[in-house]
Design a protein around this ligand. Structure first.
Ligand code: NAI
Length: 242
């Protein structure tokens, strides 16, 4: 079973749909329960197996109850995709401590607690895989220190988890998207403007689409990537050229 956090819309939704298309039973998590239910319905009406497991992955109780509910409905977790994430734009001097904490809780603590909650099931599966959705923003942007730091931390967490869980056969990788056309980008005029400026100077001169990130996640989660762990795959139109 594949458990995808923040899968009610955007990139997470595309990942959930793609994993279901590939034959996985999918547990669709989101803090927005109606969005998670709509994605579960979309998977079911395409002939797939899915359950919605709404909840807040920024807190330990949420991570544990979401993981438990997913496993109770669809069996043990063998793929965990830590996709849920939030943006916050504020300059260093104006950045409120509570916003810093909120971003770090969702984007970094959540993936750790989800990995912790699913670790035994992932190890028992014999082909367990975690894919963390980080960001090309790890290079450090103007006006979003908490977001950038959370994603940089997530890359290092990816390597720590890969090191510790690798001996139990669990692979842990990260995908780093560039600007992708989702509500996170379209819904904020400042981020959208940044994105439009960026794609004018990168090798592929357009924003990416959610399914293009989902393709990379599906590969990393599959047995096709059986000897890949601790890696960061940039899906960013060549922006960072890594
Ligand atoms: P989005 O804002 O469209 O979707 C994020 C989803 O996560 C929403 O459905 C939201 O309800 C859910 N969510 C937020 N907090 C949650 C929580 N505490 N518990 C459970 N669910 C929660 O964002 P988008 O664009 O689809 O981004 C998905 C991931 O990709 C995020 O981690 C983001 O940082 C990352 N990313 C996005 C890029 C982009 O250009 N759109 C670029 C690089 C990374």
């Amino acid at each position: 079973m594949a458990l995808v956090t923040g899968a009610g819309r955007g990139i997470g939704r595309a990942i959930a749909l793609r994993l279901a298309e590939d034959g996985a039973a999918v547990a669709v998590n989101d803090i927005a329960a109606h969005h998670a239910a709509a994605v579960r319905e979309a998977i079911a009406s395409a002939g797939g197996r899915a359950v919605d497991v709404p909840g807040d992955i920024s807190m330990i109780e949420g991570c544990q109850s979401v993981t438990r509910a997913a496993a109770a409905a669809l069996g043990p977790v063998d793929i965990l995709v830590n996709n849920a994430g939030i943006e916050h734009r504020a300059r260093v001097r104006d950045h409120r401590a509570e916003d810093w904490e909120r971003v770090l809780r969702v984007n970094l603590q959540g993936p750790f607690l989800m990995a912790q909650a699913a670790a035994d099931m992932l190890a028992a599966s014999g082909r367990g895989a975690i894919v963390n959705i980080a960001s090309a923003a790890i290079m450090g942007f103007f006006g979003q220190p908490a977001y950038d730091a959370s994603k940089g931390g997530l890359l290092t967490l990816t390597r720590s988890l890969a090191t510790e869980l690798g001996r139990e056969g669990v692979r842990v990788n990260a995908v780093c998207p560039g600007f992708i056309e989702t509500d996170m980008v379209q819904g904020d005029p400042e981020i959208r403007q940044l994105g439009e400026r960026q794609v004018r100077i990168q090798p592929l001169r357009r924003m990416g689409l959610p399914h293009e990130v989902a393709n990379a996640v599906a590969w990393l989660a599959s047995d096709e990537a059986s000897y890949v762990t601790g890696a960061s795959l940039f899906v960013d139109g060549g922006w960072s050229r890594r």
